[in-house]
Design a protein around this ligand. Structure first.
Ligand SMILES: [Zn+2]
Length: 442
């Protein structure tokens, strides 16, 4: 049966993921009018309880973090982070799948409901059985159910695709495998953007020696190395992704981690120029694209100001915290605000040689790029609102058709999901695996 490989490319290797409009029209739905209602702070903006660094004179408006990995069991910590940072919505890319991930999907739906829609879930496919026509039909139906029953907004594809997911003949499934096209087309028809992580930092294909620029990170996570692991080359994987994007022009793709190619601005520029259905996020790659000359990066952001989404790759569970990428010692909640501030300082400020948000990814410094206010407004919020179809109104829970596990009957027995199908009951004392999102989701 197909599924996620458990050999040399097994699940344990997938604990990490990471992340530009020259042309109007861009990825997703039509941009909001130039008057940009989406750029002003609405009355419903979250309260800023903390005093975070922002450029002098810049009123910190609400932000959308397009890239998070969240667990219901970290709900208190999630809410605290949203309030303190001024995040009006965060996208949970670990929303769960159907079938084997159904409990996680329900938990994610509850998380979104409990936080008034400030968490927006993306669904995952269940690769088991991939990739015949029956599998594709099943996963298309699961995606529809995730949207209609549980209010999910998009589809997330982890880096397992292309690196670890195998088919019935135990062969790696390439990112542009035509057997997956029904899923991409369905996402487009359903109005669900696809956030996709392809490959990994280029350095992960080189020997994990002290000469490797990601040696520190690879030392902590040796399984992240793809050197001599029988997987396609870095550039070949990205080429496959671009072929797939081009074949599905009706589907919006968010190529995470700066288009998965922060090392090569020219490659990302060419991709965005050629493929109007593709956006990128900046998650877990500020340190990487920040190595290019600041003037060059700044111009890139200006050229593609409608195609770049703010995201961090923060992971929050009850016993787990990830800030872009983790080192040997897991961060604490005290590290969260400085993590977000490092993003703001880079994007808004003009300091030279400052720390980037995830130093474990490389002990070098970056030069801030001092983006214009109108570009910041788009990157922080307006682009995400457009791609997610949020309009300009206040954030609210997305409509669902399945009864909430916290519907009236739950008052007498809160451990059992009222109205949920058998086996779908939510028991907060027995999370899906741990309080952390499944590793492969990253
Ligand atoms: Zn991620």
């Amino acid at each position: 049966m197909g599924g996620v490989g458990r050999g040399a490319n097994g699940r344990g290797t997938l604990a990490f993921c990471a992340f530009a409009m020259m042309l109007s029209g861009a990825c997703g739905r039509a941009p909001e009018p130039a008057t940009a209602k989406g750029t002003a702070a609405p009355a419903a903006s979250p309260s800023n309880k903390a005093s975070l660094w922002h450029r002098e004179g810049r009123a910190p408006g609400p932000i959308i973090d397009i890239h998070g990995h969240l667990s219901l069991f970290g709900i208190d910590r999630i809410e605290a982070v949203l309030d303190a940072v001024g995040i009006e919505a965060i996208i949970n890319l670990s929303g769960g799948s159907g079938r084997g991930g159904a409990r996680n999907r329900m938990a994610s739906r509850v998380l979104a409901e409990r936080l008034g829609g400030r968490v927006i879930n993306f669904a995952l496919p269940d690769w088991d059985g991939c990739c015949d026509a029956a599998w594709a039909a099943r996963e298309v139906q699961e995606l529809r159910l995730a949207r209609d029953q549980d209010g999910f907004a998009g589809l997330k594809i982890s880096k397992a695709l292309g690196l670890a997911v195998t088919d019935a003949s135990n062969a790696l499934i390439p990112v542009d495998d035509p057997r997956l096209d029904p899923l991409w087309r369905a996402a487009g028809v359903l109005g669900m953007p696809v956030a996709i992580h392809i490959a990994d930092p280029k350095a992960f294909w080189l020997p994990a020696t002290p000469e490797n620029e990601r040696y520190e990170e690879l030392s902590v996570h040796p399984s992240w190395s793809w050197y001599q692991r029988g997987v396609p080359e870095w550039a070949a994987m990205l080429d496959a992704g671009e072929r797939m994007f081009a074949r599905n022009p009706g589907t919006t793709f968010i190529a995470v981690h700066f288009g998965n190619a922060a090392e090569d601005l020219a490659r990302v520029r060419a991709m965005l120029g050629r493929l109007p259905n593709v956006c990128i996020d900046i998650s877990a790659r500020v340190g990487e694209f920040g190595r290019h000359p600041a003037a060059e990066v700044r111009q890139f952001f200006i050229d593609f100001q409608d195609r770049i989404l703010f995201g961090t790759d923060i992971g929050i569970g009850d016993d787990h915290l990830m800030l872009g990428s983790n080192g040997a010692v897991e961060p604490t909640m005290a590290d969260v605000l400085p993590f977000y501030e490092a993003h703001f300082r880079y994007l808004e400020g003009k300091e030279r040689q400052i720390d980037h948000p995830s130093p474990i990814q490389g002990r070098w410094k970056v030069d801030a790029i001092e983006l214009p206010d109108e570009v910041l407004d788009k990157v922080y919020r307006a682009n995400a609102r457009r791609v997610l179809g949020l309009g300009a109104g206040p954030i609210a829970p997305r409509p669902t058709r399945r009864p909430s596990p916290f519907a009236p009957a739950a008052a007498s027995d809160p451990s059992v999901g009222a109205g949920a199908a058998p086996g779908m009951a939510l028991r907060p004392t027995a999370p899906p695996a741990s309080g952390s999102p499944p590793e492969e989701d990253h």
